[in-house]
Each structure stands twice: as structure tokens, then as C-alpha cells.
Design a protein around this ligand. Sequence first.
Ligand code: T4K
Length: 368
Amino acid sequence: MSEKILVTRSSMPDLDEYCEEIKKLWDSHWLTNMGVEHRKLQADLENYLDCPNVVLYTNGHLALENVIAAMEFEEGSEVITTPFTFASTTHAIVRNNLTPVFCDVNPDDYTIDTEKIEALISEKTVAIVPVHVYGIICNVERIQEIADRHGLKVIYDAAHAFAVKYNGVSAANFGDASMFSFHATKVFNTIEGGAVCLRDPKIVEIMNDMRNFGIHGPESVTFVGGNAKMNEFQAAMGVCNLRHLDDEIAKRRQIVEHYVSRLEGVEGIRLVKQQKGVQSNYAYFPVVFDGYKMTRDEVCALLAKNNIIARKYFYPLTNSFECYAELETAGAEKTPVAAYLADRVLTLPLYADLPAEAVDRICDIILS
Ligand code: T4K
């Protein structure tokens, strides 16, 4: 049988390049706590993302959890969000003792349906947490307009949207804050890692302390913080990977174009359209099987039989997780469009070095 193809594969620099980058850590014995690699990566990212306030974290989830905490919302407040996402988005809200209120998504681009947000706003609503799912940019103008009208904060889960730009503006710069994930499976990785990009310098200071036990100075602890610092080996990986990112994205683009050339226009197969004004990062390749000769589950099983591991990102919806059974706002039936998509979507393998022949093999199996 042909070699196994997984849904993605981590981008890595040459071993020599990474060794050169971490050599200084051996010389200095300084391994973590905002060392030289941490400072370099932060500066590189502020430049790359065109954002003056980047706070690095050991992973994207804690970055999201902490930025929500840093906003200091009253316990029990409501946060409007989408269930068509990874567990992390909803968990970050609930772990802050806030109530997620699930808004349905658009059938075309799978991001939060801005026409349905206002009906969900109550006197308890404090924020909107939309997701640029698969790197698809939400309707950021409309979201901001709603937030401004109702005095709400907007915190983007931009885990998938690193390097994406909309009308020339980096995804780092929408709303009050944006969280990026630098997990091994992402377009840009620091092994594990993440960052928050912020507008308000006061929140930057809070987050800097929060990720380091709330320590503000040698003799001052101002928050009951945790430990969520990015270490020097993670930062060094990021420094190296960032040098090659634009090439990696260009390669991903070719692969996506190849997939599109094979699958576009096939009856019962829906692809996401290129968004107007968006410079994409080609993070995922979601395909919706809607009225196709095979169901999504049948396609997934057939690919697996052929050693190709596609994934059902994002099934099940977070509002149908067992851990939220007690939550009054839970229930996939309350977000029917998201539920429909979650039952039909499959993300196909995509990474910079995926050979064109592999794309053909995958498409041949799907179309067989
Ligand atoms: N918000 C959203 C919308 C997110 O999608 C995520 C994470 C977060 C927040 C939280 O960010 P982080 O705290 O993770 O920074 C993966 C990732 O673990 C997770 O980061 C990601 N989203 C989610 C969508 O996917 P799994 O359980 O699917 O990963 P796993 O281990 O099955 O890996 C998938 C494939 O990736 C493997 O088949 C092969 C490849 N892989 C995996 C690893 C771990 C590699 O090539 N190298 C590796 O080291 O969750």
C-alpha cells in the first residue's frame, strides 16, 4: 500500500539552521523566561504582523483563555461565539466562568453569521468571540459595528489565520484582540505556541504578568497568574520557521489550486470560494459533501482504507459536547447551519510538501 498521508505535517527548518539558532542557548544556559530568542521572535512577529503589541504564549489556548481573563468580565456574563470550531474556543470562555451563547454560521464561509448576532445580545452580553475558521476572515466590519453599538469587546480566535490579510490589513489588527496558534499543525509553528495581538497597552501589561504567575516586579505580584511562558526552544523554532513562511504559503497555494482544479464544479462537492480582498494562508482545505454520491463519512472511510487520513474538523460542534450538556445555551439544533456543515465537512490533507501526485491520488479516490 502507498505511504500514509496525514491531514497535515509540521513545517520544519533544516536541522542545521535550528541547531545554529539554539547554539547560543547552550552557551548561555538561559532556556526560558523571556530570553533572547523570545525577544527576537516577539520583535520579528510585531514586524511581520504589523502589530505593535504581540504577547507570546506557550500555546494558543492559554493565550485565548488569558486574554479573556484580562478583560475582567463579571462572572456569569455572556459571550457570543460560534460552535463550528475546535474545543479550545468554547473552553476558553467557560473556563473563565462566562456563558457561551452560540450563534449560527454562514453556509458559504462557515464564519459567524453576523445577521444572527444581535438577536442573541442580552443585558448580560459582554463580548463576541468569533473564529476565522480555516483562516477564512469573518465579516470584521459588521462585527465591529455591532460591538460598537452595544459596547461589547471583540476577541478573535485567529488560531488558523496567521499571515492572512484583509484589504491589506493583518488579521492581527481586528477587534480588541486576536489570538494565533503556533501549534505543530499550523501554517506557522513554534512546536507548541501562540500569541495574542492587542490594541490596548494596559491589557498587554496584564497579559505579560498573567503568563508569569502574576509577577509584576521582583517584589510585586499583582495577579493570581499561571505559568504560560513560551520557552527559548519554541521561540527559536519560530524564528527559523518565520524565515521560510512566505515560501511555505506559496507552496500551499499551489496545492490548493491543484485540489480546486480537480474538485471544483463536481456535483455534490462544495469548496470555499476565494474571499474578495483576502490574502490567504491556505491553512486548511475543507470540502463539503452535500448531495454527493457518497456521504462525508463514506469518503472519509474510503480514504482511510487507502491510507489517507482526512479529518472531520469541526465535528462534533462544541455546543453538542458532553461536557456542556448542562449548559442552557447548548444543543446543536440551535445552530442548524453549523450542524448541517459539521455532518458534511471533511478537511483534506494539506501541507507545503504534499506532492502533486498525492493530491491526484486523493482526488482519484474521491471521484472514483
Ligand atoms: N482555536 C482554534 C480554532 C483551534 O483550532 C485551536 C487548535 C486552538 C484554538 C488552540 O490552539 P493551541 O492551544 O493548540 O495552540 C489539532 C491541534 O492540536 C490543535 O492545535 C488545533 N487547533 C486542532 C484543529 O488540531 P488534533 O487533535 O487534531 O491533532 P493531532 O495530534 O491529531 O494532529 C493532526 C495531524 O497533524 C496529525 O495527523 C499529523 C500532524 N502532526 C501532528 C503533530 C502533533 C504533525 O505533523 N506533527 C505533530 O507534532 O488537534
